[in-house]
Write a new protein. Structure first.
Length: 269
């Protein structure tokens, strides 16, 4: 394990902010995490887990020990009658994983193309776009407890995925470093098309049964039209969150809107 001092974090955050990590350890595998935990000084130090740096704003130098996740590797783990199981290292680019699966003839992630960040961050946020969320394709993940050094494998029931939410934002926040993620890609492949922007692309192209590559290309075009390239203009991607309301609240709001329109809107002639 190599401990680096005074490391610039400018290349490691998509805003390109000039912060410095006092100490940084590059995590290549589970054993690296255990070495940090067992270290007489680093084991007790506050820790900051850094993936692709696409959802952070660094306003100052980083006093905590930065654990830069660089676990790599892409592979097909299992081929079942109903699904392909693929595994990716947590340090891999999420978009690169999507591209790789398509190149291998393993579709199913194309709706989540061009989402910034690393594979290891995907379960934390339960990333999603254009009608698909990570939880819809999740099989399991490997992680290491940054307090005990114990390696664990977690399934969806433990991850407790919600809308842009997971257990890693709550009870396991800050103490779990994800090292590998496995995804379940259903077969036969069925496109996820129930999203307005994709429906528009289908009409424009005159295509009713798109291929996985067509869906991938459309999603990339849609995202590039909405968001600047972080390599050109520093940004943290799309960080809005839709409001979530109960069915009763939605019905009340809808009824109130109709009453307002009846009172204020002129009758159409």
């Amino acid at each position: 394990m190599q401990i680096e001092s005074g490391v610039s974090l400018k290349p490691y955050n998509t805003f390109g902010l000039p912060a410095v990590a006092q100490s940084l350890v590059r995590i290549k595998n589970d054993a690296d995490v255990r070495r940090v935990v067992d270290h007489p000084e680093l084991g007790l130090a506050p820790k900051f887990i850094l993936g692709g740096g696409s959802n952070i704003i660094l306003t100052r130098d980083m006093p905590a020990l930065v654990l830069k996740v660089e676990v790599m590797g892409l592979r097909l783990v299992e081929e079942r009658a109903d699904a392909w199981i693929v595994e990716a290292g947590a340090g891999e680019s999420w978009h690169a994983l999507v591209e790789w699966t398509l190149a291998q003839g393993l579709p199913g992630l194309e709706n989540m193309a061009l989402i910034p960040g690393t594979v290891g961050a995907a379960p934390v946020q339960n990333i999603g776009a254009y009608g698909l969320e990570l939880k819809d394709r999740f099989e399991s993940l490997d992680a290491v407890d940054t307090v005990t050094g114990r390696s664990v494998t977690l399934g969806p029931e433990i991850c407790d995925f919600g809308y842009r939410d997971s257990v890693f934002k709550h009870s396991l926040a800050g103490r779990t470093l994800i090292t590998r993620v496995r995804l379940r890609l259903p077969r036969p492949w069925q496109p996820v098309l129930g999203y307005l922007d994709i429906e528009r692309k289908m009409r424009e192209a005159g295509v009713s049964n798109p291929s996985p590559r067509q869906v991938f290309d459309w999603v990339c075009e849609i995202r590039r039209a909405k968001l600047p390239d972080p390599a050109v203009i520093g940004n943290a991607g799309s960080f809005f969150k839709n409001p979530v309301v109960t069915p009763s609240s939605a019905a009340t709001s809808s009824a109130a809107t109709r009453r307002s329109c009846t009172t204020r809107c002129p009758t159409a002639r």
